[in-house]
Design a protein around this ligand. Structure first.
Ligand code: ZN
Length: 338
């Protein structure tokens, strides 16, 4: 893989990566400490892609940047519902004169999650944790966390304010044509944008250069086999040219899409085998954490870890390689000899 840029922009500053695309790196208060946003086109016509999380420092960075440019962007496009990508869609949406663009499924998901009362939100997570074998102490921690999604996201604009984009359609952004490619598995209906003219892919979280995108079964999302959806999307991306410049939401822009897609597929195949082996005696998802994660996990990472482990188990279950056993209110999985 080749990283054409030797440096990255300072937090909140922009840096041109190819014609008509500026890279802006916003800090995040998580273990993953930044998100990349993209600003397309010239002032007056600009389209901003993704916003960062809803906190004061990100708001200040946007204020400073658009003060320097002289105006706010015309349109805002969000790739998916996660807080680091659309945490400030509602806030920036109030400042722009043009359109809000995104996927109907992603926007509905954001609106739904944002509207859940804290008690119901905590209850869902507690049940999810305990039925998958997490210790009572972890389940108890969730009790005081409230609606963690709402905590990181400014109220998202109502559905009627958005123009929805769909897979395969062309969309003109800041005077250039892009093809929408929907990615599934990391989130339900994530928007990627491909510029055919000069082979630029705004890849959101589908393909990241140094980390593997989180692929999770989540308690309030309907995709029950997100790993299958994710691998299917990787296959779809194999059709793009070898010289495609990939602009990912985390890490550095890179070339070498095909080797990265191959790496991601192999990574998941290896994990599937490890889990299948470990399930010779019945295991809950929590029992499998040491197989998959060597580091100590914080609260957010615990939820990602559980979701990710379940994504592999559900995939194996669909393939007929493990069977599910409900024992004493805990879900366990046992491998089936093949
Ligand atoms: Zn992300």
């Amino acid at each position: 893989m080749d990283y054409p840029f030797k440096r990255e922009p300072e937090p909140g500053k922009k840096f041109t990566v190819c014609e008509g695309v500026d890279w802006i790196r916003m800090p995040l208060p998580f273990a993953l400490d930044h998100v990349n946003c993209w600003l397309l086109g010239e002032p007056g016509l600009q389209v901003l892609i993704d916003t960062g999380v809803n906190d004061q420092s990100t708001q200040e960075h946007w204020h400073t940047l658009f003060n320097d440019i002289g105006q706010w962007p015309k349109d805002l496009l969000v790739t998916h519902f996660h807080p680091d990508h659309m945490g400030l869609a509602g806030w920036i949406g109030e400042k722009i004169s043009g359109e809000l663009l995104g996927s109907a499924i992603e926007i509905n998901t954001a609106r739904t999650l944002h509207g859940i009362e804290s008690e119901a939100y905590e209850h869902t997570y507690q049940q999810w944790y305990s039925s998958n074998g997490l210790p009572q102490s972890t389940c108890d921690t969730v009790r005081s966390n409230g609606n963690t999604y709402k905590g990181k996201v400014f109220p998202p604009p109502v559905q009627s304010k958005w123009r929805f984009l769909a897979d395969g359609k062309c969309v003109e952004l800041a005077g250039r044509n892009y093809r929408v490619i929907v990615g599934r598995g990391h989130s339900p209906d994530m928007i990627m944008l491909y510029r055919e003219d000069d082979h630029v892919l705004i890849a959101a979280d589908q393909v990241l250069p140094r980390i593997t995108p989180n692929v999770s079964v989540m308690p309030r999302l309907s995709d029950n086999n997100p790993l299958q959806s994710f691998l299917h999307t990787l296959t779809k991306l194999e059709a793009l040219p070898d010289d495609t410049l990939v602009l990912p939401s985390h890490g550095q822009p890179f070339k070498g899409l095909k080797p990265r897609l191959a790496f991601l597929k192999t990574h998941h195949e290896l994990r599937l085998d490890e889990i299948w082996q470990a399930c010779k005696s019945p295991c809950s998802a929590h029992d499998l954490f040491p197989v998959l994660f060597s580091r100590k996990l914080d609260a957010q990472q615990t939820s990602f870890a559980l979701g990710e482990t379940l994504a592999h188990l559900h995939y194996l279950e669909q393939q007929g390689r493990v069977q599910r056993l409900e024992q004493a209110s805990i879900t366990r999985f046992k491998s089936i000899a093949t």
